[in-house]
Ligand binder design. Sequence first.
Ligand SMILES: Cc1ncc(COP(=O)(O)O)c(C=O)c1O
Length: 216
Amino acid sequence: MKNSTYEVKKSDEYLTKAKEVIPGGIFGHYKYAIRDTGPKFFSRSEGAYFWDLDDNRYVDLMCGYGPSILGYNHPEVEEAFKLSSDKGNTVSLASPVMVDLATELVDMVDIADWALFGKNGGDATSLAVMIAREHTGKKKIIKIDDGYHGVAPWMQDKSRPGIISSDNEHVLKIKWNDSEALEELLDKYGNDIACFISSPYDHPVSRDNSLPEDGY
Ligand SMILES: Cc1ncc(COP(=O)(O)O)c(C=O)c1O
């Protein structure tokens, strides 16, 4: 398929191949980057750029959806990765660098007494909700409508495939920037609310981002 700017033939061929062995071909966050006429797969990356399978070069303003803030193949990051991986990859005991990183994080973040590591954001948000429920002995969670916190069943919409009503029966939703709605829920369910989970600014998948209004 031809793009007005780039040829993406190899990407398209790979997507056809992918659909035979992977549901939808490309899933998760990557699927939102797919455009009929755009690139689907990368071939290499360096600094602020990646190249697609057809060797077109792009500036990656997404920074790999967050983690690549120093750019791809940054020499210091690659060196540290190599040093660590040479010692062993996924060994059956914890690595001491875990303690070093936790110490650094606890020193760096004023409100943090402890650090706990997960393999992704959804692990962290699910753990946060479990900790809040255990600590308060309460069930209900307030979240922002369309606010995204991972793929665990508690945060999926009732209409999603495989979700049953008990998965999220204690999840209450309010609109972003709506302090009144928050206060109403606190009045109504205050004795049973374990936590309010929200990003510091609203960044839903399919709408524009918005900042908190003054006083929110
Ligand atoms: C605010 C927030 N929480 C949780 C997640 C889930 O992270 P992950 O996809 O790494 O599980 C995301 C991912 O975009 C997020 O933006």
